[in-house]
Write a protein that binds this ligand. Structure first.
Ligand code: SF4
Ligand code: SF4
Length: 392
């Protein structure tokens, strides 16, 4: 067996802690606590291992990566071993001193998330008062520090009507790039799917807005537009194929082919606490399971797209059909595709339920602001997960 090519990029999810509580968060429902997190020494070793095996970039993410006080140390190590260091952040914990320290440590790029163009809507989505204003301040500080800035817009039925204004905000904040990413339904987002699902019309309008803006802002702003799977005809090449281009390490040290892979039950993910990153990437069972095309069932097995989209997303196939080895239902050739489309139309056509906010094992609040102390995340998540998540 020949060893696989090394991954291009490492997504280092250094914590699940986060001051925001976004209902669209793709983190797993069972969030790692601070006591589960890898320590600094282990991360420093893993960053060197990543560079040694040929990884080119590291994306520090979470949760909110700036929660960790050792982030500067990790960025410095990344720079020392020649990894391009990117920070994916909600921004709400940053200030000028921290941005300066991170820049001096070798940070090369910042991706900052925004939830709306207006404070009220944005703070309701992130469930953090003052969050939007803080992000605007941080965006300016990032540019003042001379770092290139990408704005991440996660789009859904509660903010799509403000997409044009959000693009204007990106121009005003001197961003270089915008990711217009419709919610991907994993983790907390899957549980909140009915609350977030846009209509087909909203998506068509968004696509037209992006195309117009792309034309109008040529040379000013670069656009990435991630189309949502539920209304697609073909799946995305999720992560460029399982175990091909990207590797993800969870806060507790599990090595995953993508950030949602732990949602697939029955797969055992090895940890950098026990094995080297290279060993896990090349030979662990979970990475071998869906790498390449040998695992594919029909219709993927004999499809001419199989080395282009790699059969789509394993996590989505598992979440929607109960079997990670099935063809992604986003594909029009999947036996489940029509049901997926019907489900998206039904959910987007109904009144949205309140948000179930993302929190580590505590009481949740609904999007109407009413605290529901009698409902735990587990109880509501469990009830919802048993009902509408899987396709009938
Ligand atoms: S999506 Fe929201 S809640 Fe999840 S990690 Fe990012 S900022 Fe935090
Ligand atoms: S059948 Fe499989 S390989 Fe072909 S387009 Fe659909 S998901 Fe891709």
């Amino acid at each position: 067996m020949t060893a696989p090519e090394p991954p291009l990029a490492l997504l280092a999810e250094i914590t699940h802690r986060c001051p925001q509580q976004c209902p669209y968060c793709s983190n797993p429902l069972e969030l790692n606590r601070a006591s589960d997190e890898l320590d600094t020494e282990t991360w420093l070793r893993v960053l060197a291992e990543a560079a040694d095996m040929g990884v080119l970039q590291v994306h520090f993410s979470g949760g909110e990566p700036t929660v960790r006080k050792d982030l500067e140390q990790l960025v410095r190590r990344a720079a020392e071993v020649g990894l391009y260091a990117n920070l994916i952040t909600a921004g709400v914990l940053l200030d000028e001193a921290r941005i300066t320290a991170l820049t001096e440590a070798g940070l090369e790029h910042v991706q900052l998330s925004f939830d709306d163009s207006e404070e009220r809507g944005a703070d309701r989505i992130g469930n953090l008062a003052g969050g939007h204003r803080k992000k605007i301040e941080v965006a300016r500080l990032v540019r003042k520090a001379g770092l290139p800035l990408t704005l991440n817009f996660v789009m859904h039925r509660h903010n799509l009507h403000h997409l044009e204004d959000m693009i204007d905000l990106a121009v005003e904040l001197d961003a270089h790039r915008v990711e217009v990413a419709h919610v991907q339904y994993y983790g907390w987002a899957l549980m909140n799917r009915a609350a977030l699902m846009p209509t087909r019309q909203q998506l068509d309008d968004a696509a037209a807005i992006v195309e117009r803006a792309r034309e109008r802002l040529k040379g000013v702003l670069v656009f990435d537009h991630v189309i949502p799977d539920y209304y697609a005809r073909r799946p995305k090449a999720c992560m460029g194929g399982w175990g091909r281009r990207f590797v993800n390490i969870s806060p507790s040290g599990k090595v995953l082919p993508c950030h949602a892979a732990e949602t697939i039950t029955g797969l055992d993910f090895a940890s950098v606490r026990e094995r080297s990153l290279k060993d896990i990437w090349e030979s662990s069972e979970a990475f071998q399971r869906f790498r390449g095309t040998g695992w594919m069932p029909e219709p993927c097995r004999s499809c001419d797209q199989r080395e282009i989209d790699w059969g789509g997303c394993r996590c989505q196939a598992f979440a929607l059909t109960g079997n990670a080895a099935n063809t992604d239902p986003a594909c029009e050739f999947s036996a489940h595709h029509a049901e997926l489309f019907a489900l998206a139309e039904a959910e987007s056509g109904a009144a949205p339920p309140p948000f179930i906010y993302r929190r580590i094992g505590a009481a949740v609040q609904g999007g109407d602001g009413a605290r529901r102390d009698d409902e735990t995340v587990e109880s509501r998540a469990g009830a919802r997960a048993r009902r509408p998540v899987a396709l009938p």
